[in-house]
Write a protein that binds this ligand. Sequence first.
Ligand code: NAI
Ligand code: MG
Length: 478
Amino acid sequence: MAVTAFTYAPAPERVRPKIRERYGLFINGAWTAPNSERYFETINPADETVLAQVAYAEAQDVDRAVRAARKGFERWSKLKPADRAKLIYRIARTITERSRELAVLESMNGGKPIRESRDFDIPEAGAHFFYHAGWADKLEWALRAGEMPAPIGVCGQIVPWNFPLLMAAWKLAPALACGNSVVLKPAETTPLTALALAQIIEEADLPAGVVNIVTGDGATGAALVDNDGIDKIAFTGSTDVGKVIQRRLAGKGKRITLELGGKAANVIFADAPLDQAVEGIVQGIYFNQGHVCCAGSRLLVEESVHDDIVARLTSRIRTLRLGDPLDKNTDIGAINSRVQLEKIHELVRSGIEQGATFVQAECELPARGFFFPASFFTNVHPSHRIAREEIFGPVLSIMTFRTPDEAIEKANNTPYGLSAGIWTAEGSKNMWIAQHLRAGVVWCNTFNKFDPSSPFGGYKESGFGREGGVHGLHEYLA
Ligand code: NAI
Ligand code: MG
């Protein structure tokens, strides 16, 4: 079924960030050419234009970065904690000062709506550096009174493309606050804000080698995992790669944290304020085109309000504007890459073939770039692929339940356990259900809300370890 979407007058963003023609690797505080002299193109997924050439790091480059990080660690870990704090505050302030350019850069390289990069990704990245800068000189007394906890050493950090700068901040800020040095590898499709962060770190005058940024693809990430000079790997990405990393590090005695995929249940009870719940559904699945590990991608609706919710959602998705990520009215930006768009199409085809009913907002797609309109499936069976696998796109799978016990059973019926949502007017029901959901984060009457002081992480195949809050600090302390 197709529903026609509304249209709006354009409101384009006029700020344009400075983008270099070519980026080297940021190693030991300087920009260096890759050993292979190989560079790859990074594009704007909304129009497929080339934005810059980016260095491709091979194992030898990664090794140079790890060696630099070892020296950086000697310098950084010996600094007075208050001096480390000052430098991390400096990074936080610069991100905040340049937030407008960084937001535009993030939207150009990754496809997300400017409203989201402007109001969420970049401010939240700044907030993570502010929050952790505040911890740097308090670790000695706040955690184990009077006993200065030791950093781990050199941390290899591998981040994905869905929240490029924010994920870099989630990884870097706690590592630095605890006195570690870092080799960070951004995702192949979205290196530009991490490279802008390297420039910020360069200007902030951190000691050389404390933060090293190596661009490349999965092979570059694998070289980092396999390098004997690292003491810890922190990874955010697919469950498949997470499993590979865990196997490769087995028995090596390295620290490891994994933040992997999800298939979160968003559970709507009949007594919930339905208008608010529909907004929560929209925020849960269409935020960042659904490229969200904790997306509310499985909607569980109490049977008596199923038709009502579907009717409200059908009219709501007509109002979501798809198009230019740099337009302030845009709700649904570009899909991050052609590969991801194909994955979404493939899973949607499987949903239709397996018998679910497909509903999509009908709207004109831009002539170039990767786009997929807001969509959902009804008549979904728990055995369908669209009910089990991460689609990582703006596609929701709707199922029903009759009793709270059935809601819990269905919500937990997944190999993942990253997040969940509950919508009910009854406080005690909220608490009771939350206690029975096997998910690292449970949102009650809201969805996709984050704060640096709140730990985030999964159960089961969603990974292990926590990021944010006091819990996140322990992951970077020996
Ligand atoms: P991916 O897991 O392959 O990539 C994530 C990061 O890991 C990137 O920086 C990549 O270069 C690196 N990487 C890839 N292979 C590696 C290896 N063998 N060793 C070390 N690092 C490696 O994810 P991909 O292929 O971009 O997306 C595939 C699916 O994964 C998506 O459709 C989505 O379902 C899921 N995904 C989940 C994310 C999350 O936040 N949980 C983020 C990105 C993707
Ligand atoms: Mg991959």
